[in-house]
Write a protein that binds this ligand. Sequence first.
Ligand code: SF4
Length: 448
Amino acid sequence: MQLSQRMATAKSVSFITMGCAKNEVDTSRMRSHLLKAGYSVSEDPEAADAVIVNTCSFIQAATEESIEAILEVADFDSVRSGRAHLVVSGCMPARYGDELASEITEAGAFVPCSKEDDIVAVMDGLFGLDRAELGYLDAASGVVLDPAPVSSYVKISDGCNRFCSFCSIPYIRGRYRSFEYGEIEAQVDDLVRRGSREIVLIAQDTGRWGDDFEEPRTLAQLVSDLADRFPDIWLRLMYIQPEGVTDELIEAIASHDNVCDYFDIPFQHVNPRLLKLMRRKGSIGEFDRLVQRIRARIPDAALRTTFIAGFPGETEEEFEELLDYVSECDLDYIGVFPYSREEGTHAFELPGQIDEDEKHDRAQRLRELADAVCSARISSRVGSRRRVLVCGEEEDGQVFGRAMCQAPDVDGVTYLDEGNPGDVVEALIEETLLYEMEGSVSPCNDAQ
Ligand code: SF4
């Protein structure tokens, strides 16, 4: 029997992915394992033989959304009739363990983050398939994988050692571990071959990459090596903690044309007392010096941060200190989140928990101010010429892409008068609206 015949399991699996880009990457890895093992992947969960809900439980709201998705799948005719299996993977099984199995009895299996690479064995078990009989497709057998999106995420490490007092990630994802350069390069290579033109490198703590190797390496070395290896591909870094923004990294970004001049650095607050309670470092002075250090080398760099409003014990004065900072800051994008009280974290036990309405009210005030400050900054880009990676068309045919200053999913897009997906065009920015830009494609040599 030929391998391709032995491989055919005739079973289809569909994914529903909740949460952030890191979960998208995990889904994509499970998907790839299953395809190589002969499963097909269906875009229609109600028609599939199994549905994997890859959950997020970073904060309470995300857990609730994941539970809703699980219950919705549990209610599919296919699942209720026993024709299809429901599988729950990702952060929820990692965070709640056995407790989850007694709560969600409809699920046939639970696959925590640390076991996602065993997904084929789990699915084979559910379907009663014998892998020794079926075999796997290896690279040489020419499996045709789907085209990859114009922009793809690649995870460079997992876990986190920082234990910020509000965050459940170290308990869910475990200790920090960097992935080997070869593994990352192979993933980038695969995505590029399948059509990706931008690779976004992500992790919980990107700046720490390589410091846990026997022979330590740095994020600057990783990004330089990848930039040289893939000169026609945009590279972008997300989630660099302030301590990770070294001069070496700034230089690596500045000196490579294909690395986006973009820094995503979560500050979370500016008041030193609250930052200490968050088990983080920093102050207005330190953050200002960090921004100046970046701008001294890359004046037009785009800077993004995130802030938490309503952390336990945050006084009105401390919150106003944050508002004052935002009103004067030199940042392009600011994400705002109301504090979420997560069981099992240190901050859960802190005195001075703030009323839900008050937290949301502070977050809204901060968001409105951030929108006003950042959109004014973005409007100053009118008249500049920028390289834009064409991403696709809206339903009405409007072409859109993203400039180097716009990260996928969070910063808005640039609307264009023409362009083909995957091409990099040079556009004159003619208008902005809040976070969106509009430009016309025009040849120019000094586009940023
Ligand atoms: S650095 Fe990020 S992932 Fe790590 S504990 Fe802090 S908030 Fe959580």
